[in-house]
Design a protein around this ligand. Sequence first.
Ligand SMILES: O=C([C@H](O)CO)[C@H](O)[C@H](O)COP(=O)(O)O
Length: 205
Amino acid sequence: MLQVALDRLTKDECISITEQTYECIDYIEIGTGVIKEYGMDIIRDFRKRFPDKRIVADMKTCDAGKHETRLALEAGADITTVMGFAHDQTILDSIQVANEVHKKVLVDLLQVPTERFARLKELGVELVSAHIGKDTQDHTAGDSLKRYDGLSEDFMVFVAGGISPESVQRYEKLNPVVFIVGGYITGASDPGEASCVIKGVIPKK
Ligand SMILES: O=C([C@H](O)CO)[C@H](O)[C@H](O)COP(=O)(O)O
C-alpha cells in the first residue's frame, strides 16, 4: 500500500496533491511540519474532505503521549505517530488512548537502537516505521536499512525516507506493508502520475 507524505507544503498544496493522487494512494499522511503550521484544524479539514481515505497524523510525539494521541485521533486521524525513543510510559499511554477509540499508533524507529525493538514489542507496539530521516538520506544511502532486517516477524512494517521507484527494491527484505513516499510524489511535475508510477512498482499487500 502507498502512503503519500505531505511535507513542507501549504494547506492548499496539500489539498491539491491529495486530489491529484487520490486514485493511487491508500493513506494520506499529514506531515509533521504541516501539523506544526496548521495544527489539528488541517486534520479535521482532511477528515471531512477525504472521508474514504485513512489519515496518518505524523505527530512524532515524544512526550505527553495521552494528550497528543487524543488530539490527533479526535481530530480525525486513524493513526498517529509516536517516537520509538520516547519513554516506555509515553508509548504505553499513546497505545492505551488509541485502543480506547479503536485506532492505531505507528511507532517511528528513527534513532531507536536495535536493542530496543524487542522492548517495543513487549509494550504492545504493532505498527512501526522503518525510517531514514530527511537529514541523513544523502549521507547514509545503502546499508542503513540493514538494522531493520527481520522487523516484519514482530511488527506491521511501514518504510519511509526518500523512497522512489528506483529504490523500492531495496526494501524487499523488510517485507513492508506500507510505503511512505513524500518528495518523489510531492516534488513531481505531475504528482498524480508519480503516485501511480510508484504504486505500480510496490509489492501488492
Ligand atoms: O517523516 C518524514 C520526515 O521525517 C519529514 O518529516 C517524511 O514524511 C518521510 O521521510 C517521507 O518523506 P520523503 O523522505 O520525502 O519521501
